[in-house]
Design a protein around this ligand. Structure first.
Ligand SMILES: Cc1ncc(COP(=O)(O)O)c(C=O)c1O
Length: 506
């Protein structure tokens, strides 16, 4: 369909076309999609966020003096993110940080001082941008180093690898223990060199939903005089509420000495529409190298805290409205629903013979492994029954697994998951693992990145049974093939596939 018809089309027809296109997508609501989307299932919330978004969609974050509404909302979101991630939300009334002293000891219970007092931050477009900027700030604080280095656990989000690649920072990956799924703080300490500009860890890490030993890692970073970033993009908004519900959630924010920056995504467990994360720094001096400022041209001085210059006010307003509407009490209720869903899903998994939880759920992730049934076939069978999970490829010594990011909307669906899972397991066992045609397996094994182009990729896709729209009909064959490649070779194939998909009609 052309995006630019010769004659404009009436609004209702355009919306109908859009609706038809959206009909091919996975369901963003309904609590049966366990990745990509975060659904509060709160009546009216979508409508509110959409109205707020529309009110500010054409406002430009490029210049806060022209659009002070955006500056005000951004500062409010930053303050709220600092409060929540440092375990202060719910202790005081309407964002009154000054009242913390009267609320008694905070965080780990060792001090009555407000650890967020000097905290500054910015709204970014998402977790990846927050991490990119944390790495940029750390790198640019050390213009003296020819090869700045970044230390992360193997479970750290891929966005750190992206930041390292974009910013030409060397990435030092510390293995995680295959039992606890956690990095050893001593190994993190040993990986720090005089060129290390940043040590990072997660609260929690996405693949398994477990919380790194943040206090210990921040302490070893501080001992070495290195910044420590806590990636709380995924669960940072949820963890403090789980703690208030009695879960053993350790502190992970600025109440820990040594933590210099924290990121938390509002488009995840704050349930805001897509396009909003917050990057926090302990103080303004730490944030300074994040900025770009340039007045050496005839146009306007360009001053940016984030990667984009022109920024729509839509996501900021959508998030601000979402937070104001749900409130601290709303987030506590949503966390309770999420927790009950996690408990129900984990119980359902545990009762099925042959499925093994990789970790007792600590936060909002249920992750399990299996060899019989084949995990990729099982994921397809679940999808055929309307349950969309996220297969994770093996990362030796860690096995292939099936990941479920659980949100509040899942609570209403949990009772139906167990029977669907049992049914899908039986069907996957009956089907057996995918038998990859030997020529296809050989072609993939022998792939030469230097010669892999659109024609080769199109041939592979056809051999793997991709549909006429270029999309795979069975993900199991794709995952089975990818799993045969070592992790470092998988992306070559995937990038070429994406490039093929992202070819416009001519
Ligand atoms: C721990 C963590 N960090 C960073 C990101 C990247 O976030 P985004 O997809 O918003 O860029 C994610 C996304 O799932 C995440 O789980």
């Amino acid at each position: 369909m052309t995006a630019l018809p010769a004659r404009g089309i009436p609004a209702e027809q355009v919306l109908a076309e859009l609706g038809a296109l959206r009909g091919h997508d996975l369901p963003t609501h309904g609590g049966r999609l366990f990745a990509y989307v975060y659904d509060a299932a709160v009546g009216g919330l979508d409508e509110l966020a959409a109205s707020a978004y529309a009110l500010a969609a054409h406002v430009n974050g490029l210049d806060p003096t022209a659009f002070p509404s955006l500056l005000a909302m951004e500062n409010d979101l930053v303050a709220a993110a600092a409060q929540v991630t440092s375990g202060l939300a719910g202790r005081v009334g309407e964002g009154a940080a000054g009242a913390v002293a009267t609320a008694g000891p905070v965080g780990d219970g060792t001090s009555g001082v407000d650890p967020t007092a000097g905290v500054v931050g910015n709204v970014t477009s998402g977790g990846t941008e927050s991490l990119l900027l944390a790495v940029k700030a750390a790198r640019d604080a050390h213009p003296d180093l020819a090869t700045p280095r970044l230390v992360v656990p193997a479970s750290a989000h891929a966005a750190f690898a992206k930041a390292a690649q974009y910013l030409r920072v060397a990435l030092d990956v510390v293995p995680i223990d295959p039992g606890t799924l956690l990095p050893d703080p001593a190994a993190m300490a040993a990986a720090i060199t005089p060129d290390t500009v940043l040590v990072a860890c997660s609260a929690p890490a996405y693949p398994y939903g477990v919380i790194d030993p943040v206090a210990e890692i921040a302490a070893v970073a501080a001992d070495a005089g290195v910044r420590c970033h806590v990636d709380a993009c995924f669960g940072g908004w949820l963890l403090p509420y789980l703690r208030r519900l009695g879960r053993p959630i350790p502190p992970f924010g600025f109440e820990l000495p040594g933590v210099t920056s924290v990121s938390v995504d509002l488009h995840k467990y704050a349930y805001a529409p897509k396009g909003v994360s917050v990057l926090l720094h302990r103080d303004a001096a730490l944030r300074r190298p994040q900025y770009f400022g340039f007045a050496g041209w005839p146009g306007y001085p360009m001053l940016n805290a984030t990667v984009a210059s022109t920024r729509s006010g839509g996501p900021v307003a959508g998030a601000w409205a979402t937070l104001r509407h749900l409130g601290d009490d709303g987030y506590l209720r949503l966390a309770e629903r999420t927790l009950s869903a996690v408990t129900g899903l984990a119980a359902a998994v545990s009762t099925v013979d042959g499925l093994r939880l990789l970790a007792e759920p600590q936060t909002s992730v249920v992750v399990f492994t299996c060899t019989d049934p084949d995990p990729y076939v099982l994921a397809d069978q679940l999808a055929a029954r309307g349950w969309h999970t996220q297969p994770q490829l093996p990362y030796p010594p860690l096995p292939a697994s099936i990941h479920l990011s659980v949100t509040a909307a899942v609570a209403d669906q949990v009772a139906q998951f167990g029977p669907a899972l049992a049914d899908a397991v039986a069907a996957a066992r009956a089907a057996g693992p995918i038998q990859v045609p030997s020529e296809l397996a050989a072609a993939v094994a022998d792939l030469d990145p230097a010669t892999l182009g659109p024609e080769t990729m199109a041939g592979l896709a056809a051999a793997a049974g991709f549909g006429p729209d270029g999309l795979p009909e069975s993900m199991a064959i794709v995952n089975t093939l990818l799993a045969t490649l070592p992790p470092e070779r998988r992306a070559t194939l995937l990038v070429e596939f994406l490039s093929l998909l992202q070819t416009p009609p001519h």
